[in-house]
Write a protein that binds this ligand. Structure first.
Ligand code: PGA
Length: 248
């Protein structure tokens, strides 16, 4: 069964690179499992290049508000106008750099889902937390806050949880595949305890230094429904190889 491949471009590149990567994506076959999360100015390009394909495109964050006087913010309705079907929320770079907390992230996920955009809710511990051995409790609390809020607010649709240990992001040091499996099974258990019905609408993906060399071993693990890839997704050949591995 094919696995979800999500490319997170972060704030990299320029219009030329964006166009190149998008046209490469558009040229591949069977890409309904491929999603690219682009910087806002390139959403228009993504829509143009990918419109006649099965690929998904989306943004890297969104406002928790609808329309209004919120300078610098972009709302779900606007993303939806550009054909976005997914959006990242709670990426650790936003949590640490912009002070985003679980309550805000839960609201962002709700407003996205209410506008037909599937949120990819990022969770994961930092190194200090892992070294103290409290990473399971830490991730559990992130999952619970958001999930309970979504359930209380009768959020519709499907959700993606991305387990991204912060120490693995951009470090070249992906989490060991067995450790990833342990955490994914733990997250599934948390979701099942919260609600069996809600859990059935969630998939769990892994992110943090994924590349074409470690991808296959990660995907063979239980309840790894796909991957969220930063740096390696910006390299054209590596992108193609990884998309093909996820399809196999
Ligand atoms: P990385 O980033 O693949 O460059 O580690 C992943 C992410 O931050 O989503």
């Amino acid at each position: 069964m094919s696995k979800l491949f999500v490319a997170n471009w972060k704030m990299h590149g320029h219009a030329g690179l964006a166009k190149k990567l998008l046209s490469v994506a558009a040229s591949l076959d069977d890409i309904e499992n491929v999603a690219v999360m682009v910087p806002y100015p390139y959403l228009y390009l993504a829509q143009q290049e990918l419109a006649n394909t099965a690929a998904i495109w989306g943004a890297q964050t969104l406002s928790m508000y609808s329309q209004g006087a919120f300078t610098g913010e972009v709302c779900a309705e606007m993303l939806s106008e550009f054909g976005c079907k997914m959006v990242l929320v709670g990426h650790s770079e936003r949590r640490s750099g912009w002070g985003e907390l679980d309550d805000l992230i839960a609201n962002q996920a709700l407003v996205a889902s209410s506008n037909g955009i599937k949120p990819i809710i990022c969770v994961g511990e930092d190194l200090a937390c892992r070294e103290k051995g409290v990473h399971f409790q830490y991730v559990k609390s992130q999952i619970e806050t958001v999930s309970k809020f979504l359930i209380e607010n009768k959020a519709k649709g499907e959700f993606v949880f991305a387990y991204e240990p912060i120490w693995a992001i951009g470090s070249g040091r992906a989490a060991n595949a067995d450790e990833v499996e342990k955490m994914h099974l733990f997250i599934r258990e948390c979701l099942l305890q919260i609600s069996i019905e809600f859990s059935s609408r969630c998939i769990i993906i892994y992110g943090g230094s994924v590349n074409k060399s470690n991808l296959e071993s990660l995907l063979t693990k239980q309840d790894v429904g796909g991957v969220l890839v930063g740096g390696a997704s910006l390299k054209v050949n590596e992108f193609i190889d990884m998309v093909n591995i996820c399809k196999a």
